[in-house]
Design a protein around this ligand. Structure first.
Ligand code: FAD
Length: 391
């Protein structure tokens, strides 16, 4: 079983009492349950919804949703600190959890009507079902305006046709459906986009098998197909002309979340590398006594701290109600780069053993790459930051 012994967030972060209690709860659950049970789910490549249901019972699935709607109304800083604990134990569980908490639930909270919040958000926040966010399509990833899924007026509601790809959390035994983005303009008009809820047993809504990633093997990610899917008007979420803006606003929080996931991965591989370097002996001494190894560890620790403060700052700005678009992009860019690089360095410190999937560091290495891709690639984070700089 893997345990972090080198990092205590209570010591060097200014968390309030509620946030510290949350961190303690997450650390206990992560080390007692997730670290023990998630590796089997990773091996079997299935989403461990039993663990996610238990996290729901602890209130963790309604992390950023106010109590009024079934959540626990946690601060974004508290969420980041909690993620540092969950992600240390297993990245797939943490990935499914964060996708639910941010992009899977927030569109309904931020833009839904009270009736929609009661119908769909409350069960999401209470942890009874899992939420999914459908933006990416086979021909439109970074170019979000290029989506071709279309919703047209029909029989007092909307008829949706198209396909989405790489959609997380839509196909598990705990999934309720998806909040998706579709184009709504008439032929020849300027593109407009709107957001709709499609529940999982709606006629015409089907999905492909779970896709096989090189990491995050416990995360359920699939292609979704919409073939003359009819939904009533009350499934339209928010402003019918502002769906794209709503989705992009939601992704800002998702980026803080991916940054936090990256911190947890970097901390995990640093801890593993330190422990291994102290144990492993070559040339008659522990390899940690070689300066080349010490410098790698010192570099990882330093880069991790830099990424950590960018991430907590973006979270604190959101909690203060200040703009955080640029800071979230910077946090995601820096933290995911650090994670992917640190995972490679940690494998190097483990030598051949680090290459073998039997060792936890190898699994973290596989999980690291996607952090530079999901919720907007790092090239797109550069675009966001450059635009914010007026370029
Ligand atoms: C495991 C996993 C889970 C995911 N879950 C979800 C989900 O739940 N919901 C969802 O909607 N999506 C999800 N995604 C999709 C993810 O958000 C996209 O993969 C990502 O946004 C990139 O889109 P793409 O894969 O189409 O790459 P592309 O957009 O085709 O990009 C290919 C390459 O071109 C580069 N590029 C593109 N445009 C530019 C530019 N303007 N300037 C410079 N470089 C550029 C990219 O950075 C990348 O390197 C998931 C993806 C993965 C891998």
């Amino acid at each position: 079983m893997y345990r972090s012994v080198h990092y205590d967030p209570g010591v060097d972060l200014t968390l309030n009492e509620t946030e510290r209690d949350l961190v303690a709860l997450c650390r206990d659950f992560a080390q007692r349950e997730i670290a023990l049970r998630a590796p089997a789910a990773w091996e079997a490549a299935v989403c461990p919804t039993d663990l996610l249901r238990e996290m729901g019972e602890l209130g963790l699935l309604g992390m950023l949703i106010p109590e009024e709607w079934g959540g626990i109304g946690m601060s974004t800083v508290g969420f980041v600190a909690a993620m540092e604990q969950i992600g240390l134990a297993d990245q797939s569980v943490a990935a499914a959890w964060q996708a639910h908490v941010t992009i899977g639930s927030l569109p309904l909270y931020l833009f839904g009507t009270d009736a929609q919040r009661e119908r769909w958000l409350r069960p999401l926040a209470e942890g009874k079902v899992l939420g999914a966010f459908g933006l990416t399509e086979p021909d439109a990833g970074s170019d979000t305006r290029g989506i071709t899924t279309r919703a047209v007026r029909a029989d007092g509601g909307w008829l949706i046709n198209g396909a989405k790809t790489f959609i997380s959390n839509a196909g598990t035994d705990m999934s309720f459906g998806v909040t998706l983005l579709a184009r709504t303009e008439e032929p020849g008009e300027k593109p407009t986009y709107a957001s709709f809820v499609v529940e999982k047993d709606t006629p015409g809504f089907t999905m492909g098998p779970k896709m096989r990633g090189i990491g995050w093997r416990g995360l359920d990610t699939r292609q979704l197909f919409f073939d003359d899917v009819w939904v009533a008007d009350d499934h339209l979420v928010g402003d019918p002309a502002m769906g794209l803006g709503q989705f992009l606003k939601t992704l800002e929080v998702g980026r803080i979340s991916i940054a936090a996931l990256s911190l947890s991965l970097t901390q995990a591989v640093l801890d593993l590398a330190i422990d291994y370097a102290k144990e492993r002996r070559q040339f008659g001494q522990p390899i940690v006594d070689f300066q080349a190894i010490q410098f790698k560890l010192a570099d990882i620790a330093t880069e991790l701290e830099a990424a950590r403060w960018l991430t907590y700052r973006a979270a604190a700005l959101r909690d203060a109600g200040a703009p955080f678009l640029k800071e979230a992009a910077m946090a995601k860019l820096k933290a995911s780069r650090v994670a992917a690089w640190a995972a490679s360095e940690a494998v190097q410190i483990h030598g051949g053993l680090g290459y073998m999937l039997e060792s936890p560091v190898a699994r973290f290495y596989c999980d690291a790459k996607v952090l530079e891709i999901g919720e907007g690639t790092n090239e797109i984070q550069h675009v966001v930051i450059a635009r914010a700089l007026g370029c």
